[in-house]
Design a protein around this ligand. Structure first.
Ligand code: 4AD
Length: 461
């Protein structure tokens, strides 16, 4: 028995070797009665398999069986690797398998939800060949099937790498992984975007972030913590970048002297992440770019840190009307992203020292000017992927800030009390996993990077 070889490992060096491969029959084509071709897909790689009648090896009956295989059936193929003289255009691998044995492991229904090859085409191909694009809703209704396209396989491999690098880097810097509750008594970010529920007769909600509990872990004298977990936001508008449930990558840490220590960690983490993706995930990135062409992310080895006020001045100089003590909207953030790219040559940067009025109640004001705060947002290609800050760790001041922000302090009493028994200055940040992958790959919709997206009208599959 041979071990299985994955399709992406099939190359010229295996010429004349016998291989055993499991894959999905992407296309099946018969040429007369003596020959059939299968394009076999495995992840984002495909290989052409040739089934040709040959006495004592491949019978006419076998060719007939192969020709009748339904697309998307799972098959095991055994055969010899050959290198055709002309370049192969219909598959990613530049070798063929001359099949000697084939077993159908799982038969697909002949009525597929949509044509997967069409769903895997780029916009340019669709236009050139005047095809009809498979509608996004149809794709999402059959998401488990849609996930089979090479680009989707690669997107979720990248997503998996991003969380792996996040966890590995933080552990190596002394962070402990924690798991905070998702059923909580009050909102954690304020505002209206909360899913309310009945907790055995008591009003409760789904956590909008691990914010309050990751801080309480710091009150428990965990020096540095991180969490990868679900975050719930009852968004009521449709945008390309908001989901009702997403995966939050959260960090919280003691601050020794200055909240820039939090930005230092963030900077090292993301530069490490981008370097690793570039060096270790080139096949995945190519597979994504084949369907969704994109320009690689421009970033600096030391991330640009731009004061909010400087950002406002850049926008004003460009003729954009912005409130210096207000928040940026999607359009101004995008414009600033372009201006930063032109001036500093980067698509990834930190904007810090935001006006206090636009940040959540738990944010620490700047010591030198309380109109501003020790906070920051991080952008990729002009869109926010992270927000972070130093937190108020003094209970009396936290109460004052919550009241000033119109929050009913009784709903966050246990949180405020947590800081009464000695808690060091601390800060952290929250990253949206789906947003990072979407913007790193310059995809146009967050639903593409969410495994089973939840939006204001979608809760299935
Ligand atoms: O900016 P947000 O709301 O910040 C917090 O949750 C803070 N507790 C974080 C902190 O430690 N200060 O959310 C953090 C990130 C955003 O930058 C964005 O990437 C993502 O979470 N995010 C969403 N992603 C998808 N859909 C939504 N509705 C999102 N809302 C926020």
């Amino acid at each position: 028995q041979f071990p299985y070889t994955s399709v992406d490992a099939l190359g010229h060096e295996l010429k004349d070797c016998v291989v055993l491969v499991r894959g999905t029959a992407q296309t099946v084509r018969a040429v007369g009665k003596k020959m059939a071709f299968i394009v076999l897909r495995d992840g984002w790689s495909t290989v052409q398999c040739v089934v040709a009648e040959k006495q004592g090896v491949v019978s006419k009956g076998m060719v007939k069986f192969v020709a009748a295989l339904s697309r998307e059936s799972v098959v095991d193929v055994e055969g010899v690797i050959s290198v055709p003289e002309v370049a192969i255009t219909g598959a990613t691998q530049q070798v063929e398998i001359q099949v000697t044995k084939l077993y159908c492991i799982s038969k697909a229904s002949p009525n597929l939800p949509f044509n997967l090859e069409d769903a895997a085409r780029s916009d340019a191909e669709i236009e050139e060949q005047q095809l009809v694009r498979v509608n996004q809703d149809t794709r999402l209704n059959f998401r488990y099937f849609d996930l089979r396209t090479p680009a989707n396989q690669a997107i979720f491999q990248i997503q998996s790498e991003v969380s792996r690098i996040f966890g590995e880097f933080l552990r190596s810097e002394g962070f402990r992984e924690i798991h905070t509750p998702k059923l909580i008594a009050g909102s954690s970010e304020g505002g209206s975007a909360v899913f309310h529920l009945d907790y055995k007769g008591q009003a409760a909600c789904l956590a909008q972030s691990p914010q309050l509990h990751k801080q309480m872990a710091i009150a428990g004298r965990f020096r540095r913590v991180f969490e990868i977990g679900p975050v719930f936001r009852a968004e009521d508008s449709f945008t390309h970048r908001h989901l009702c449930e997403f995966t939050g990558l959260d960090v919280e840490m003691e601050i020794k002297k200055h909240y820039f220590e939090v930005m230092d960690i963030l900077d090292q983490l993301f530069v490490k992440m981008f370097n690793t993706l570039k060096s270790e995930c080139s096949n995945e990135l190519e597979a994504i770019a084949r369907q969704y062409p994109f320009e690689p992310l421009k970033y600096l080895e030391k991330t640009l840190r731009l004061p909010f006020q400087e950002g406002i001045e850049m926008l004003k100089a460009d003729g954009v009307d912005v409130d210096p003590l207000g928040d940026l909207n999607t359009a101004t953030e995008r414009r600033l992203g372009q201006l930063v790219r032109e001036k500093y040559g980067t698509d990834f940067y930190i904007l810090y020292r935001y006006p206090l009025a636009v940040r959540p109640f738990y944010t620490m004001p700047c010591y030198d000017d309380s109109n501003y705060s020790n906070s920051f947002d991080v952008f990729i290609r002009g869109e926010e992927i992270i927000s972070g800050a130093q937190r108020v760790h003094v209970p009396e001041f936290l109460t004052e800030r919550a009241q000033a922000c119109g929050i009913d302090v009784s709903t966050i009493k246990t949180y405020i009390d947590a800081f009464r028994y000695g808690t060091p200055p601390h800060g952290g940040f929250g990253v949206g996993l789906e947003r990072v992958v979407m913007l790193y790959c310059a995809l146009n919709n967050i639903r593409k990077t969410s495994l089973f997206p939840r939006d204001p009208t979608r809760i299935a599959p």
